[in-house]
Design a protein around this ligand. Sequence first.
Ligand SMILES: CCCCCCCCCCCCCC(=O)SCCNC(=O)CCNC(=O)[C@H](O)C(C)(C)COP(=O)(O)OP(=O)(O)OC[C@H]1O[C@@H](n2cnc3c(N)ncnc32)[C@H](O)[C@@H]1OP(=O)(O)O
Length: 208
Amino acid sequence: MTEADSEKVDLRSEIPRFKPATPPAAFGEFVENMRRLQDLAVSIDAPDEVYAAAQEKTAELIELLAPFEAREGKGPANRSMQLPGRGSLLMPPWKVEKFDEESVVATGVLRRYHLGGGGVAHGGVLPLIFDDNFGMVVYAAKRPISRTAYLHVNYRKVTPLNVPLAIEGKVDRVDGRKTFITARLTEEDGTLLADGEGLMVQLLPGQP
Ligand SMILES: CCCCCCCCCCCCCC(=O)SCCNC(=O)CCNC(=O)[C@H](O)C(C)(C)COP(=O)(O)OP(=O)(O)OC[C@H]1O[C@@H](n2cnc3c(N)ncnc32)[C@H](O)[C@@H]1OP(=O)(O)O
């Protein structure tokens, strides 16, 4: 078996196996600094010389990091379960609080770089949170590896920034290859902000 073959799941599908990572000590702080940079990049109103200095520093950073670019599943980003958002900058920095067959709960805040307009979260961020939750529900419920066929979000109230939020998703029903999942996004006091439903379809061998 080649190294590439050993990274495939043979019993359920051929998509890459999810392998949790134990990140190097400085990785978590590096990601948090990158998140802070994202907050600043979307919010600062600085003089030209500040942008010029920042541009030089970011160019240095790119030069430092570029030689270490690795294929999917090799670096710690997206696989570090103990870090907010699994250490992925794509994901909001939320922590998984519950991960079992009954449900998956994640909590966290949305921050400045998630701003849509009017001081509240961009509507497009919510499907990302729901989709990620659905993916974890499929894993936690030990359903076969699946992809999202559809995802429907009902926006019940605007979603505030910098306020503790929680999403809880669970399997609603199963029909052959199809797993239907429902989830609710709430504030700490239980106020419903959005609810969603999705269909995850089991991948067949050979499906990407
Ligand atoms: C420790 C572990 C931690 C884990 C952490 C990791 C978390 C990571 C989380 C990341 C998570 C990210 C996750 C992501 O974001 S996955 C990325 C987003 N999703 C995609 O890119 C999927 C693209 N689409 C496809 O690949 C195919 O269309 C799929 C595979 C979905 C189905 O194509 P396939 O050719 O295989 O199947 P089929 O067409 O015969 O359909 C099969 C059945 O399904 C029914 N159907 C299909 N579509 C729909 C629809 N739209 N509405 C209603 N029904 C629909 C269909 O009627 C049929 O039903 P039935 O006639 O049998 O009754």
